[in-house]
Ligand binder design. Structure first.
Ligand code: IPD
Length: 270
């Protein structure tokens, strides 16, 4: 297989890459939508997670779209995350169903996320929320869009007036996760847990949430959505990295970033 490795090879135009990202996310989401009657069809149901058959199928669906367009690119996804991270200039990062537990229980806040890293930098991203009929997307050199229309982060500049989303870190649902939820509740006007990291980030990009923090998400949860937040005028930051592609992650409208970061960082490095 040929690989795009030469240091000076120019990146494929982002318009082409973005079209593939949105098609892959849409096809994955459509596959899941066509199989809503199989919501309960899990491979395993754990205390903190559900491993769903449709997760595996949706990743295969997205990967097939990407491989048909770019056979020499690498695909890395939640369902194959035990494999070593690919060494390739182009690495597509897929979360076939982000918010799997929402999906399993029948809540509509789940999405299919496809991001592309070129030489380690985010190039394009697409997040499709099938039950809402919303496609969020961005390229590193273009605007953030929802269903083709430009979106922009909010202008809220005081945390006490902000709607901040967080999540129940599935790594540890005890005191560890609760410390962060308590802090988010303390600083925000209202805290929210919607249950799908990439959906939360798209809502930050669209100005409907002012920020999102979670103590433990994964690379595939943010690979597409972080670029969408940034291209909508917001700011994203990995506050801490852990083995296994696990991250403490903050996404905000930018204006609230330092205040959120300063409140949360001490909890990560006590
Ligand atoms: C999870 C969801 C959830 C968040 C977890 C994520 P998954 O992703 O985004 O909201 O709390 O940290 O891992 O497992 O449904 O793809």
């Amino acid at each position: 297989r040929t690989q795009h490795r030469s240091a000076d090879s120019p990146m494929i135009p982002t318009t082409q890459l973005q079209a593939v990202a949105t098609l892959a996310a849409r096809r994955a989401g459509e596959h899941v939508l066509a199989n809503l009657h199989r919501r309960g069809d899990a491979n395993s149901i754990l205390r903190t997670d559900v491993k769903h058959k449709l997760d595996v199928e949706a990743q295969e669906t997205a990967a097939a779209v990407i491989r048909a367009a770019y056979p020499d690119h690498a695909v890395f996804g939640e369902e194959t995350c035990e494999e070593p991270f690919p060494e390739n200039d182009y690495v597509w990062i897929v979360d076939p169903i982000d918010g799997t537990i929402n999906f399993f229980h029948g809540l509509p806040w789940w999405c299919c996320s496809v991001g592309l890293r070129h030489k380690g930098r985010s190039a394009v991203g697409a997040v499709f929320i099938p039950e809402m009929g919303q496609m969020y997307e961005a390229a590193c050199d273009g605007p953030a869009l929802c269903n083709g229309a430009p979106i922009r982060v909010s202008e809220t500049d005081r945390p006490e007036l902000a709607m901040l989303a967080t999540g129940a870190d599935k790594w540890d649902l005890g005191e560890h996760a609760f410390r962060f939820m308590r802090k988010v509740s303390e600083i925000a006007q209202r805290p929210r847990i919607l249950g799908a990291a990439a959906v939360d980030m798209c809502l930050v990009a669209a100005g409907k949430l002012d920020g999102y923090f979670e103590s433990g998400i994964y690379l595939w949860d943010m690979a597409a959505a972080a670029l969408i937040v940034e291209r909508a005028g917001g700011r994203c930051e990995i506050l801490k990295s852990y083995p296994g592609h696990r991250l403490s992650f903050l996404a905000t409208n930018g204006r609230l970033h330092d205040a959120c970061r300063n409140a949360l960082l001490p909890l990560l490095n006590p």
